[in-house]
Ligand binder design. Structure first.
Ligand SMILES: Cc1cc2nc3c(=O)[nH]c(=O)nc-3n(C[C@H](O)[C@H](O)[C@H](O)COP(=O)(O)OP(=O)(O)OC[C@H]3O[C@@H](n4cnc5c(N)ncnc54)[C@H](O)[C@@H]3O)c2cc1C
Length: 377
């Protein structure tokens, strides 16, 4: 059959039904699911296996002391809306020759195409501290007016923005707060074109930043402040049967294919990309999904992964700073207080962000016809 792609690319994709298995239920997996349902014109047989029953936007963890718990979307319902089957299970390994994955429960799931998106494995960097993602943040960040707060970014952290976002929120509640980081400037990854704007925002909100080094993981940090919060250490998912780098991350090529395997792709924090970030995870997922559809259909155009980092800082007063940098080694980065992408969501995942906006009633219609049908069904 012929499909006119409705992502604005104008591409024509003839698609045959295939069994596609997605591992994971985070931003990369969900973006890939939407892309495969869309680009595959619902002709692919989609299955999602994830260790947790719900999809969570991790940045919402930061707002918990100031609001309600982060939004969790039931994965089984979400999968059903996009014509996919949901399987609850933790994958332990891949048998690429047999085209099967194994779960901790002893199940074997067949695939014709496999997309790995199990994310990274977070770990505690320091004992006796709060670590983002390990339990709720203390409510006293929002209510307490006395006592100092230190937010520590352990060495090797590639995505440091959550530390600054949490610092801004905490400073807004009247606490003395400082970020301790190995960066040479705050949010260094966004490039020299953004550094002055970031520094000005942090200064305006009295967020102190100690650059140049955080304490060694494993050391005691309790004396840094009355409340110490750390970002987690991350490691790869270390799934058996795949080419991994030294820290357990899955190796991928420029099209998100896993070298040395047939029809296995990977996206998101599980891969050996330099920066572990939701927007990049979604871009990788879009590339992998297009590649899977191409591999099912034959002669369709490739969509190379050309990473663009996008991040948003929000102050307690509602002021926003948008940061954007193409990771091509040339772009110096750009900062603006007006949105640099739309919808101007915290995680810039093209399909997921539009779907969430639509769900909240902020978008009158969804530009992807299949998704709109799925939602109204
Ligand atoms: C506090 C905080 C704030 C952040 N802020 C931003 C931000 O502003 N912008 C941004 O772009 N990014 C942000 N990030 C980073 C972003 O959340 C991650 O990069 C993103 O979630 C990675 O997506 P992923 O799908 O690759 O992995 P994950 O979101 O980690 O999802 C992995 C999924 O796979 C499942 N899984 C794991 N192992 C297995 C297994 N073995 N078998 C089956 N299922 C498995 C998990 O249950 C989960 O559903 C933030 C992160 C944090 C913690």
């Amino acid at each position: 059959m012929m499909l006119v792609s409705n992502d604005g690319s104008g591409g024509h994709l003839p698609v045959h039904g295939r069994e596609v298995l997605i591992i994971g239920g985070g931003i990369a997996a969900v973006e890939a699911l939407m892309a495969l349902a869309d680009l595959g014109d619902r002709r692919l047989r989609l299955q999602v296996v994830a260790g947790h029953p719900s999809f969570l936007l991790r940045p919402q963890i930061l707002g918990e002391p100031w609001g309600g718990p982060p939004l969790r979307i039931d994965l089984e319902r979400l999968c059903r809306a996009f014509g996919a089957r949901f399987v609850s299970g933790t994958v332990t390994g891949v048998d690429a020759d047999a085209r099967q994955v194994r779960t901790a429960g002893g199940e074997r799931l067949d695939y014709e195409r496999l997309l790995l998106a199990p994310g990274a494995q977070p770990a505690l960097a320091y004992a006796a501290t709060r670590t983002l993602g390990f339990g709720a943040l203390p409510k006293t960040l929002a209510t307490g007016t006395s006592g100092s707060v230190a937010i520590v970014v352990p060495a090797g952290t590639s995505w440091t923005l959550p530390a600054y976002e949490l610092a801004l929120l905490t400073a807004g509640a009247g606490r003395d707060v400082r970020v301790i980081t190995g960066e040479t400037v705050p949010l260094e990854v966004f490039g020299p074109g953004t550094h002055a704007a970031t520094r000005a925002l942090l200064d305006r909100h009295r967020v102190l930043v100690e650059t140049g080094g955080a304490p060694e993981p494993g050391s005691s940090v309790t004396d840094l402040a009355d409340t110490v919060i750390s970002l987690p250490l991350l490691n790869g998912p270390a799934l058996a049967g795949l080419p991994l780098d030294g820290r357990g991350y899955v190796q991928v090529d420029a099209h998100m294919a896993v070298p040395g395997t047939d029809d296995v792709y990977a996206a998101g924090d599980a891969t050996n990309g330099a920066v572990k970030q939701g927007g990049l995870a979604a871009q990788q997922a879009d590339t992998a999904a297009a590649e899977i559809v191409r591999s099912c259909a034959g002669n369709t155009p490739r969509v190379p992964y050309t990473p663009v980092l996008r991040g948003k800082l929000t102050t307690p007063g509602g002021q926003e700073l948008y940061l954007r940098r193409a990771l091509d080694g040339l772009d110096a980065g750009r900062a603006d207080d007006r949105p640099l992408w739309q919808p101007s969501s915290v995680v810039c995942a093209w399909r997921v962000a539009r779907w969430l906006s639509y769900r909240r009633g902020e978008l009158g219609h969804y530009t992807l016809g299949h998704v709109a049908q799925a939602l109204s069904a």
